[in-house]
Design a protein around this ligand. Structure first.
Ligand code: ZN
Length: 350
């Protein structure tokens, strides 16, 4: 082998190894129903179509534990297509609509429960007996707080250390409730509303919890961000065309360990830097914000993403994708924002 060929080969290998080459995608469902509000609902026929596509295309359906727990890390390959299925809030339709299909397919899934809602209500929520039955068929029952609180909204009268202690205590309390009823709760926590601020999560991270958000994107492995992305699958996000793109998506070459989503009154047009994802050129990079397409701007080594329009109070995302020429699939990352109102108070839930 001549030197030039050898150098070319080394450069090729270096390029490949700098890519996480991982395709773990986590789907996030709420209701599987037609008689619930549209945004958090996936119609039963849409859910059936999603599962049929995954089956027909030979996706590997994995549990969060087998794929993400620190004692079993693996990077995956660029040709692997792995999907994990999750449900938040323990609504009844998970049992009546989703479970029969998943049981027949023999696929694992995770249900994130707010423990008080399960134990206090019944009705529109699952019972512990139903959760236990699903666990026996391959479901993981995991933590979604005790009462689905807004933990990113610390009251001014409460000190930071006290609030963080309350958050950790609430998480451990929910974990204990799940373990008391069902046992074997994995240390997996889905943030209510996907909301957080970075310092809030320190204790949970130190306690060994995996933390899941609601910002879209494929999961880079083995070095995933602190708040692990999931693709919301409700309302318009259930459409089949975009479902195919999402389950086939890849992570960007690099990731940001923790992103601060909180925007105060004065921060109306936040800037994200796609260079942190390993992006070195604006070519081929497509980003969208709440007001539509965002033209990425190269400034020195930075690749800056900024909405043309001010963000309104509420939750927002900048979604960025880039086609991977090797596979024809899309790298996908979402920057999450929580925009406070002009008086620095929080937006209401829609
Ligand atoms: Zn929830």
């Amino acid at each position: 082998m001549n030197n030039r060929l050898l150098l070319g080969l080394i450069l090729l290998l270096a390029t490949i190894s700098s890519t996480p080459a991982c395709a773990l995608v986590i789907l996030q469902y709420h209701h599987i129903a037609t008689d619930t509000s549209r945004i958090p609902s996936t119609r039963p026929e849409e859910f059936a179509a999603h599962m049929a596509y995954l089956q027909d295309e030979g996706f590997n359906i994995v549990s969060l534990s087998e794929r993400l727990d620190p004692n079993a890390p693996r990077a995956g390959t660029i040709s692997s297509r792995e999907v994990a299925i999750t449900f938040d809030d323990a609504y009844r339709s998970i049992y009546t609509e989703a479970f029969p299909r998943l049981k027949a397919l023999g696929w694992p899934f995770t249900i994130f429960v707010a423990s008080n809602l399960v134990s206090e209500h019944g009705g529109q929520y699952l019972t512990w007996a139903e959760l236990k039955e699903m666990q026996a068929q391959g479901a993981e029952i995991a933590n979604h707080s005790t009462a689905h609180q807004h933990w990113a909204r610390r009251p001014q009268s409460v000190s930071e250390s006290s609030w963080r202690a309350q958050f950790t205590e609430d998480t451990l309390s929910a974990q204990a409730a799940i373990n008391a009823h069902i046992s074997q709760a994995p240390k997996h926590y889905a943030l209510p509303y996907g909301e957080y601020y970075p310092d809030l999560l320190e204790d949970l991270d130190n306690l060994g919890y995996l933390i899941f958000g609601q910002q879209s994107g494929a999961v880079p492995l083995p070095n995933h961000p602190l708040v692990i992305p999931r693709f919301p699958m409700g309302g318009p996000y259930a459409a089949m065309d975009s479902f195919k793109t999402k389950v086939n998506s890849l992570a960007f070459d690099r990731t940001v360990r923790i992103h601060n989503p909180v925007l105060s009154a004065l921060e109306t047009r936040p800037i994200a830097n796609a260079a942190a994802l390993g992006v070195t050129s604006v070519v081929g990079l497509n980003c969208f914000g709440p007001a539509g397409a965002i033209v990425p701007l190269q400034v020195g080594k930075g690749i800056l993403i900024q909405s043309d329009e001010p963000l309104k109070a509420g939750r927002h995302r900048y979604n960025c994708t880039r086609r991977d020429d090797r596979t024809g699939r899309y790298q996908w990352h979402s920057f999450f924002w929580m925009k406070q109102r002009s008086d620095n108070t929080w937006y209401p839930e829609p």
